[in-house]
Design a protein around this ligand. Structure first.
Ligand SMILES: [Zn+2]
Length: 344
């Protein structure tokens, strides 16, 4: 057990931040505010329990001091911070307001990272519904704000991530060497609403769509240097790539923009370990490669002991070490000196 925790080097790539001023505006428009098609009417008691849990989560997501204490308990040296898009997506707001809030998020994120650079790395946000403005904010994030890159969702203003209108964005990301973390803001289709299926099914669906679009529309061919990490183990895609391979072989029209088979594209992306099952994680490593999986807890809502699942895996100590920190350190360009002194 202690082997993965001593010295503390773990890098948690999936850790959310809540900016209260932003959430105050986005909350009524967010997916969590949509009426849920629940199986049974909630009792007052259940409503109270949920509200209490919500308040705790909101506090843990916005407070920095308690976060560091929890990171120490979890054995996490560094969190890669992102604003949770399920709560703080801005693309449904008027463009001017969306830009204002993305900038506000990024300013706050930058201040938090600068206040504790040994424990936090930040990924900013961009108004990707308007690609030119997204490029400008991307440049500000990795330039003056000192962030490592940006987080984006899976669908903007009717466009999938591989849409031709977004190719200039991807080209600029590649040019700047910025990291991109893809994490869905949530599918709002009514079909996914019952029993929180927007979460259990919809998030994995969105991640698969995002990867499919980047492959099919040629983004991964045009920009081979992209440094993209996908949340929740890439959703269904790594576990379903054989269907893509079959179509790649049997339906030539699907591969007009693809120079390589789907299995090869999968190995150009990175995935976080947030799949909630040791056997699935082992299979993910087998499919995408041992250099392509990074630790992800989905703080504060996900796995509160993310190292335990890595420890439970039937993978070698060397591969576990890669998942816990070495792969993320490479993706983030961290030097050995920083990692050696990350504990404390
Ligand atoms: Zn998350």
């Amino acid at each position: 057990m202690p082997s993965l925790r001593q010295p503390i080097r773990a890098i948690d790539f999936h850790a959310h931040l809540l900016i209260p001023e932003v959430y105050a505006v986005t909350a009524p428009h967010s997916l969590v505010a949509l009426p849920l098609d629940t199986a049974a009417p909630q009792t007052e008691e259940v409503r109270e329990i949920n509200a209490k849990r919500r308040r705790e989560m909101d506090h843990q997501a916005s407070d920095v001091t308690e976060r560091i204490e929890l990171m120490d308990k979890m054995g996490v040296a560094i969190q890669v911070l992102t604003c949770s898009l399920v709560h703080q997506a801005t693309d449904m707001l008027a463009l001017e307001e969306s830009v204002r809030l993305e900038r506000l998020k990024n300013d706050r994120m930058s201040a938090i990272v600068k206040s504790n650079p040994r424990r936090f790395i930040g990924l900013g946000g961009v108004p990707l519904q308007e690609p030119k403005l997204a490029i400008a904010e991307l440049e500000r994030c990795v330039g003056e704000l000192g962030l490592a890159g940006v987080q984006i969702s899976t669908f903007y203003a009717g466009r999938e991530l591989g849409h031709a209108d977004l190719h200039p964005f991807w080209a600029r990301v590649e040019q700047l060497g910025a990291r991109v973390y893809i994490h869905p803001s949530g599918n709002r289709d009514a079909r996914f609403r019952r029993h929180f299926q927007w979460n259990s099914i919809g998030q994995s669906f969105e991640e698969a769509m995002a990867i499919g679009s980047l492959m099919y529309e040629g983004v991964l061919d045009k920009c081979p240097g992209l440094n993209i990490t996908i949340s929740h183990g890439g959703g269904y895609m790594p576990f379903n790539f054989a269907r893509f391979t079959r179509n790649w072989l049997e339906k030539p029209a699907t591969r007009v923009n693809m120079k390589a088979p789907p299995a090869e594209f999968l190995k150009r992306l990175t995935y976080d370990s947030c799949v909630y099952d040791a056997g699935l994680l082992e299979r993910l490593v087998e499919i995408v490669g041992e250099d392509r999986v990074v630790l992800g807890s989905d703080y504060p809502v996900g796995d509160h002991n993310p190292l335990a699942m890595i420890e439970a895996c039937g993978l070698s100590a060397e591969v576990k070490d890669k998942i816990v920190w070495r792969n993320a350190a490479r993706v983030l360009g961290l030097d050995a000196g920083r990692m050696g002194g990350a504990s404390g």
